[in-house]
Design a protein around this ligand. Sequence first.
Ligand code: HEM
Length: 198
Amino acid sequence: MWRMTRRQLFWLKTALHIGAASPLLLLFLAVNNNVAGGDPVQYIIHFLGKGALNLLLLTLLVSPLARWSKQGMLMQLRRPLGLWVFAYASLHLVAFFSLDLLFAWQLLLQEVVKRPYIVVGASAWLILLALSLTSFKAAQRRMGKRWQQLHYCVYPALLLVVVHYYWSVKSEIIEPSIYIALALLLLSLRVRRFLPRK
Ligand code: HEM
């Protein structure tokens, strides 16, 4: 049976980094050349939020794919992908605070009351922060069993993100509903792991 080599994994990781970084360059060019729609601030916030969600789904696709193709090495893609999710989500958050709220922290409470889905997004971001800070080998060794338990929190984080998305849209609910279905599908592939063993 064909087995992926370390060299192939290296190139796959390089492609992953290029693939994840280039949309940011495209976003920069679109904004700079005034082709980011009539409301560039909304365009940037949506682009980064959607990017974070797509990358999160991709991260959670890795382990079923590795199992199905019997290429255990693919599992090593999860950490760089997860860190890219965090980078996009953090830029999304920074874009909201800087470009939408113009750093007016006193407006934050007002905004949260007006748009409660922000609390849901913030909860997901805090989980992603904890996962990113503990994603290093040293943290994994030090935390032992608790590491796995903490990293299972990526599943509630995914649910929080799709709820955040669904709640944030005003009328067009088809696309967020598709994302909810995709998230449930990815979670259903893992249900067996959490059922009591016979
Ligand atoms: C404190 C954290 C967060 C804040 C303040 C925040 C804020 C926002 C805002 C203001 C919007 C735009 C709503 C509108 O249309 O007016 C939005 C949409 C969205 N956010 Fe977040 N968000 C946060 C965390 C996250 C995280 C962690 C993710 C993903 C990992 C995420 C993914 C999305 C997505 C997918 C959308 C919908 C984009 C679209 O309609 O195309 N957000 N968020």
